[in-house]
Design a protein around this ligand. Structure first.
Ligand code: UD1
Length: 371
């Protein structure tokens, strides 16, 4: 079976790593395309090295641009690659611009190439159409022939949109495959020592959603909330490039003084930071899942989450919206107190074997027509 796998941005890399490995183990031909949506060492190269991802067979080098331009560039560059490779399956992961752009190219070429599209992480919904990721998720699910869901709450979202149940396969969370493989490596590395931190004696934070960082008032409120938390324990904030740019643009640099600021971390160091934290404050999707898998308390700095399983069966809770410094502090205090009492078991399918189930689903639903 010939499978073309796409990766474009940081949250994709930990998802494609186990899929590529499982495809290879099962004797299938895997071709990797990197769109270049994320391009620098900290946001891309480090992950390839640490996670043992093969050098991409094709690198589209699209880089940063407006949504329309970035999406269009990916489509233009991907079309000839897709036609040339002529795979039976296109596998796309997550909800970034690279996901929807490549799925759209493949779907338009369907009658010519007979290639089929599988979406890994299908069925998550925030129901917030202001988020670019929500648009990407919904459209990709609509285009896909095979919808591979990460948690049991995802399929009802798809059937409610009219997607036939026959296209949906529950495979579990592939990001947890990577987490389980890398956790011993992360624990053996001396990350906390190097950063001068003691296990459970610091709070980790991440921030990059446009809703939090593209508006000066919203960004100032979150930074003030983190400063309130930092009155109790050090707050460590690896800064996403988008956030750093906006802090400079809005002249909010002095608000970083109470915080411990780091460059973006690689996978292993970020995992070590998350695993050792007393609590994590974040607007990331993936970190809500990672904290749930690790049993670390998490406060989500968003209006809603597309990953409700991390609340119903995990360690996550939402800070009240709109975010206020006091609301962030109070939710942090509640969260730490609640999770100290009991660590819930991991959600179904978060067991380190999702990539094998993904390959099995591709084999089972192998397109019959292929020329
Ligand atoms: C993208 C994804 C988001 C994901 C996030 C993880 C979409 C719509 N958004 O958002 O879902 O959670 O990645 O990081 O696909 N930059 C660098 N180096 C890089 C890449 C980007 O410095 O390697 C800078 C860019 O110049 C830009 C900023 O980071 O100013 C934001 O990058 P962009 O790719 O536009 O979106 P993200 O906010 O990273």
């Amino acid at each position: 079976m010939k499978v073309l796998v796409v990766a474009g941005a940081r949250p994709n890399f930990m998802k494609v790593a186990p899929i590529l490995r499982a495809l290879e183990t099962a004797g299938h031909e895997a071709i990797l395309v990197h769109t270049g949506q994320h391009y620098d060492t900290a946001m891309s190269d480090t992950f390839f090295k640490e996670l043992g991802i093969k050098t991409p067979d094709y690198h589209l080098g699209v880089g940063t641009a407006s949504h329309a331009v970035q999406t269009a560039r990916i489509m233009e560059a991907f079309e000839p690659v897709f036609t040339k490779v002529h795979p039976q399956w296109l596998v796309v992961v997550g909800d970034v611009n690279s996901t929807v752009a490549t799925a759209l190219v493949a779907s338009k070429l369907r009658t010519e190439t007979h290639g089929h599209i599988a979406h890994v992480e299908a069925g998550l919904r925030s129901n917030d159409w202001r988020m670019p990721e929500e648009i990407n998720r919904v459209l990709t699910d609509r285009l896909a022939d095979l919808l591979l869901t990460p948690s049991e709450d995802a399929a009802p979202n798809l059937t409610a949109e009219g997607i036939p149940a026959s296209k949906i396969v529950f495979v579990g969370n592939v990001m947890i495959d990577t987490l389980m493989l890398q956790l011993p490596v992360a624990r053996a590395a001396n990350t906390l020592e190097r950063l001068g931190l003691r296990r459970r004696h610091y709070v980790a934070a991440t921030l990059h959603r446009p809703s939090n960082v593209d508006d000066p008032i919203a960004l100032a409120a979150v930074l003030e909330g983190l400063a309130l938390v930092a009155d109790s324990l050090p707050v460590v904030l690896p800064l996403h490039p988008r956030t750093l740019k906006n802090i400079e643009r809005f002249h909010l640099g002095p608000m970083l003084t109470p915080l411990t600021i780091l460059e973006p971390l690689g996978y292993t160091e970020m995992l070590a930071l998350t695993d050792g934290a007393q609590c994590v404050l974040t607007d990331s999707g993936g970190i809500q899942e990672e904290t749930t898998a690790l049993g670390v308390p998490c406060v989500t700095l968003r209006e809603q989450t597309e990953r409700p399983v991390t609340i119903t069966q995990g360690t996550n809770r939402m800070a009240p919206w709109p975010l206020t410094p006091r609301g962030i502090l109070d939710t942090y205090l509640d969260s730490v107190a609640a999770v100290a009492q009991a660590t819930p078991p991991r959600p179904a399918g978060w067991d380190g074997h999702a990539s094998e189930r993904i390959v099995k689903a591709l084999e089972d639903k192998r397109p019959l027509k292929h020329y």
